[in-house]
Design a protein around this ligand. Structure first.
Ligand SMILES: Cc1cc2nc3c(=O)[nH]c(=O)nc-3n(C[C@H](O)[C@H](O)[C@H](O)COP(=O)(O)O)c2cc1C
Length: 188
């Protein structure tokens, strides 16, 4: 089985950062069940935000599952489609998704509203994680926003895990278990 961890923080891998620790805990659970886990760090992927091309807010994405911007989006989408399960980890910024996660999901949502773009997306078991590493506020709100957008895209959100600085240690233990459980999910 192949899984992909898509992070809206630079801090993934090497146990660094709080989002990184949360993402790596889930990855460790998957890997303990012999799942091959890929990692994508969105702030390094050169994904622009949507340009809202026309006066009506649409672009070519109104008529076909394509975006006019030639950047890192297609590569990430390809890796997401290739994976059988997906994990989205975002740090909580102002109670919301990080900018890189928002830019990616905003554009993915537009191209995923077409039948042709559904294979590899629709029904894919997906877990969302929101890490509030400051005061700790906003993790529940952010995880709900993340879950809502992932669902609109067509992914099957099988779990949402709000994490805050104060419960990071216990949530990492939980995320490891979630990873092991996810490894046993039937794939779409
Ligand atoms: C612009 C910005 C806004 C933030 N807003 C919040 C917030 O609303 N609640 C919170 O607990 N932490 C907040 N933080 C702290 C981040 O959640 C924290 O830096 C992040 O979870 C740490 O993860 P990382 O080290 O993996 O990036 C904010 C940080 C930044 C940079």
């Amino acid at each position: 089985m192949q899984a992909i961890v898509i992070s809206g923080s630079r801090m993934l891998g090497g146990q660094s950062g709080q989002s990184g620790r949360a993402g790596e805990a889930l990855a460790a659970g998957l890997e303990s069940e012999h799942v091959d886990v890929g990692r994508i760090v969105l702030p390094e992927c050169h994904i622009e935000r949507c340009r809202q091309c026309n006066d009506d807010g649409w672009g070519i994405c109104r008529h076909k599952p394509e975006c006019i911007i030639q950047d890192g989006l297609a590569n990430v989408v390809e890796q997401l489609k290739a994976a059988e399960v997906a994990i989205f980890v975002t740090p909580v910024y102002y109670g919301d998704l990080s900018e890189s996660m928002k830019a990616f999901l905003d554009r993915l949502r537009r191209i995923c509203s077409f039948e042709e773009s559904r294979p590899g997306i629709d029904g894919k078991p997906t877990v969302g994680v929101a890490v509030a590493g400051g005061g700790g506020g906003g993790s529940v709100r952010c995880s709900m926003l993340l879950g809502q957008t992932l669902t609109q895209i067509g992914l099957d959100v099988v779990d949402l895990v709000p994490v805050r600085r104060q419960n990071l240690d216990v949530k990492c233990k939980q995320l490891r278990i979630v990873g092991r459980w996810l490894a046993g999910k039937p794939t779409s």
